[in-house]
Design a protein around this ligand. Structure first.
Ligand SMILES: O=C(O)CCC(=O)C(=O)O
Length: 269
């Protein structure tokens, strides 16, 4: 579960690498079922579409043993430790389900909020995404600016106080301005990130990314586990724990079959 020299080089150059087949079909079924259950939670950790249907849950690993196990899956932990050359902790996890005609995710860097709001000092960390569905050009893949990690923190990112979800979510979100985005895309280009279910994406958390509306009938469920090295902990504690870690204990990888003790369809709620 170590990355090859070529995979590491791709991560360093482009800012991300996708590792296919990191999770088997049964493992994907287990974490998918867990995610769908967790999205039914009534609390403020769940973000909703305008019609009330849930599409995001922050801190997923705090609420479910199967998702906590996922954060310690060797297919996630070992490559992350390799790329960051250190032990790691989970700064934030989240479920992101893009349903038909659901919301967009505006251009941003995850590190933008982690630094400005959560007090994570350095741009060192990885946004891991576990693909629970096949993602192609048709079901609103992640879009990202390759090489944008070289910019560090993009300075012209702004908060939009008129955003409909400003009170709960958007006041923490530093969206990249249109002018900055145009400059970045001119300099670096823009790519889609497509992959089959069971793939795992490792993306530098300073890469500028976003996604558009999913007008297809195909669900697009991704599970995010954002990790930082243990010498780069958030210091502000302004946001609740489901947004930003309190537990900085190093993640110890479990064995490769760690999700096998769960079975989709038989997990008690
Ligand atoms: O899944 C997506 O489309 C993007 C999610 C994302 O970047 C975020 O939640 O910060």
């Amino acid at each position: 579960m170590q990355l090859s020299t070529e995979q590491v080089a791709a991560y360093r150059t482009k800012g991300w690498v996708v590792v296919p087949d990191s999770l088997g079909e049964a493992e994907v079924a287990v974490v998918t079922e867990a995610a769908l259950e967790v999205l039914e939670r009534p609390g403020p950790e769940v973000g909703r579409e305008a019609d009330g249907s849930p599409h995001v849950c922050w801190g997923m690993h705090l609420f479910d043993e199967r998702l906590a196990t996922l954060t310690r899956h060797p297919g996630l932990v070992k490559p992350s430790r390799q790329l960051l050359a250190n032990d790691i902790y989970v700064h934030q996890s989240r479920i992101n389900m893009k349903q038909t005609n659901g919301s967009i995710v505006a251009w941003h860097q995850d590190f933008g909020t982690y630094h400005r709001v959560d007090g994570v000092p350095d741009p060192r960390g990885i946004m891991i995404a576990v693909f629970c569905d096949d993602v192609t050009a048709v079901n609103a893949p992640l879009l990202a600016v390759p090489g944008s990690q070289r910019e560090g923190l993009v300075s012209t990112a702004a908060i939009d106080p008129t955003a409909p979800d400003h009170a709960e979510v958007a006041r923490y979100r530093y969206d990249i301005t249109d002018d900055t985005m145009a400059e970045l895309v001119d300099r670096y280009g823009l790519e889609t990130i497509t992959a089959t279910a069971g793939s795992v994406l490792f993306m530098d958390m300073t890469v500028v990314h976003g996604s558009s509306v999913n007008i297809s009938p195909l669900r697009r469920l991704l599970l995010y586990v954002n990790v930082c090295p243990i010498d780069n902990c958030g210091l502000s504690f302004e946001r609740p724990e489901y947004y930003a870690a309190r537990d900085f204990a190093p993640l110890e990888p479990l064995d490769a079959g760690c999700l096998d003790r769960f079975q989709a369809g038989t997990i008690p709620r």
